[in-house]
Design a protein around this ligand. Structure first.
Ligand code: ADP
Length: 542
């Protein structure tokens, strides 16, 4: 029997119309290279989105075209998100920190037609434009007064481009499965791989990720997305804030600047923010050194990498800010799990409570999850069994753009590359990534647990643990640590720190103090490079 319900497509266009009508007065504040204090309303934003849609049409862009952005988090980038997707084109957000070869690869692989870029990225593209023959031209995200001298071909100034365009636009009726955006994973192995989102997946992800069990967003939230809009749609916040009418505060190029973040939080009464752990370290350091407070800030979402205990503790104890962990990936739009404490956890002793906070959270409805052993057998959710995490659901990718390999298996499960265990009530703890797992004497050792332990040492700024080849044990954990400025400790002190904190046979067999660790374009430690660098490591016990 069929239902009597309407078959209304779930589109970003309908989200835009709704936000303008119902939350039109909500504010968007941005820092940009040309204006440290830009502010307007959702109503203003969507009027400019229509001007931009007219400008895209005037440039000759057509439905299905990939339009690339190389930009920080600000209002112009938000306008691009909506104008491109709602025109039936694909907003291809590019990470400007990618290495030039990767940038060239993905622009050509995605077949980008136009590139909209911040002034700061003009020199990078000037050097590469000949390598991107199919790109028709470039639009610089600034006004005439701040246009740089540039050798980019067919170049336009954003503000001039939209200035004379009408603020009315006849939006196309889109099927909800129309591609809306795409993002390439940074590719720790091989070339980057493209994930293509559609209107339906985006809207469903926004509904689920805004729930109180996840980001917990409402019109009373003032949200500052620090997670870049070039990385997995800024974790969807650029869609979810307009859905609920939350005020948006966008730090532009200043997302790593503790002082500016603190000022933005205080000036705009930011209550929630989201980003990778390193950003929060920068803010904590600034707060410590300046003695500033952030009284409006209620919670921070941390994802992209495991959150060190120190960040959770310091924010809670010194600033009364709750740090909540989330887990996901480019292929998952990105949200898979979120760690909101349950009522029964609030009475737990402090150390038990903290143990739970260090986990990655519970799946949100819509994300079906299982863990498997090496033979593909499903493992129980018993808080002990650890295995490869597989997921499926309406905002998880089935395949990669233009590739026959990778993506979901024949049963529709997508292998995340993470290794985790689950408690009986669905609390997930990532113990490793499949390719980073250390196998010593046939047993798995969690590099993440060891790294967490190492960075909790007061002298350690950053740490990585890799499995390096060992004649007796196949692999043993090797610790690479960067010390904080002015700190010095011995190898014995460092390795002794693990005593009693992890199983004896997990303790790194050796430790090297290094000046810095290699990072990928998304700011994660590149274990691939470290494994290569230390493949011939001479163990002191051999
Ligand atoms: P990349 O492929 O560039 O690493 P993603 O940002 O999509 O791109 O990375 C997703 C991966 O990041 C996950 O598979 C997981 O390994 C790691 N990750 C994300 N969130 C967390 C978290 N809260 N704790 C531990 N690891 C995380």
């Amino acid at each position: 029997m069929l239902s009597t319900m309407m078959n209304t497509p779930l589109t970003i266009t309908s989200l835009m119309h709704f936000a303008e009508k119902v939350h039109g007065a909500s504010e968007i504040v941005s820092v940009t290279a040309d204006n440290p204090n830009h502010s307007y309303t959702y109503r203003d934003a969507f009027a400019r989105v229509r001007k931009l849609a007219n400008a895209l049409k005037a440039l000759g862009a057509e439905q299905g075209d990939r339009i690339a952005t190389l930009a920080w988090n600000d209002y112009r980038h938000l306008e691009l998100y909506y104008a491109i997707s709602c025109s039936g084109m694909v907003c291809h957000t590019i990470n400007p920190r990618l290495f030039p070869e990767q940038l060239e690869f993905i622009v050509n692989h995605a077949d980008d037609r136009w590139i909209f870029l911040d002034v700061a990225f003009v020199p990078i593209l000037e050097k590469m434009q000949e390598l991107m023959p199919k790109v028709k031209g470039f639009v610089i995200l600034t006004d005439e007064a701040h246009m740089p001298e540039t050798g980019l071909r067919n170049v336009h100034c954003y503000e001039t481009l939209i200035a004379d365009k009408p603020d009315t636009f006849d939006w196309p009726q889109l099927d909800e499965n129309t591609a809306s955006a795409m993002c390439y994973t940074s590719g720790t192995t091989g070339n980057p791989k493209g994930v293509v989102y559609n209107h339906r997946s985006t809207i469903l992800h926004v509904y689920a990720s805004s729930l109180p069990e996840a980001f917990n967003l409402s019109s009373r939230t003032v949200v500052m997305p620090i997670v870049p809009m070039f990385h997995v749609n800024g974790w969807g916040l650029v869609y979810s804030a307009p859905m609920v009418g939350a005020k948006l505060v966008m730090p532009g190029p200043k997302m790593g600047d503790g002082e500016i973040l603190c000022n933005l939080i205080n000036e705009h009464k930011v209550s929630a923010s989201a980003g990778v752990p390193t950003v929060w370290l920068a803010l904590l350091q600034y707060l410590d050194s300046s003695g500033q407070r952030v009284p409006s800030l209620e919670r921070l979402t941390v994802g992209g990498a495991a959150c060190p205990q120190m960040i959770i503790e310091e924010f809670a104890q010194k600033h009364n800010v709750e740090v909540q962990q989330a887990w996901g990936m480019t292929e998952m739009s990105p949200l898979g799990t979120y760690n909101q404490p349950r009522p029964n956890e609030l009475d737990l002793p402090a150390d038990e409570f903290m143990k739970n906070r260090l986990k990655q959270g519970r799946p949100i409805f819509g994300v079906d999850m299982r863990i498997e052993d090496e033979d593909g057998n499903e493992l129980p959710w018993d808080g002990k069994s650890s295995g490869a995490v597989k997921v499926r659901g309406p905002w998880i990718t089935e395949s990669y753009y233009g590739l026959d390999n990778g993506g979901a298996d024949e049963d529709g499960w997508f292998e995340t590359g993470d290794v985790a265990c689950m408690t009986s009530d669905g609390l997930m703890q990532i113990t490793d990534r499949t390719k980073d797992v250390i196998k010593s004497g046939g047993e798995w050792i969690s590099s993440i647990d060891l790294e967490n332990c190492a960075v909790n040492h007061p002298a350690v700024a950053e740490a990585a643990v890799i499995g390096a080849p060992h004649p007796k044990w196949t692999e043993r954990p090797l610790l690479l640590a960067v010390l904080k400025e002015g700190e010095s400790i011995t190898q014995e002190e460092m390795l002794g720190w693990f005593d009693g904190k992890v199983a004896k046979w997990w303790i790194p067999a050796d430790c090297v103090f290094v000046e810095s660790l290699p990072h990928t374009a998304t700011g994660k430690i590149s274990k691939k490079d470290l494994r290569e660098d230390y493949q011939d490591f001479k163990w002191s016990d051999v």
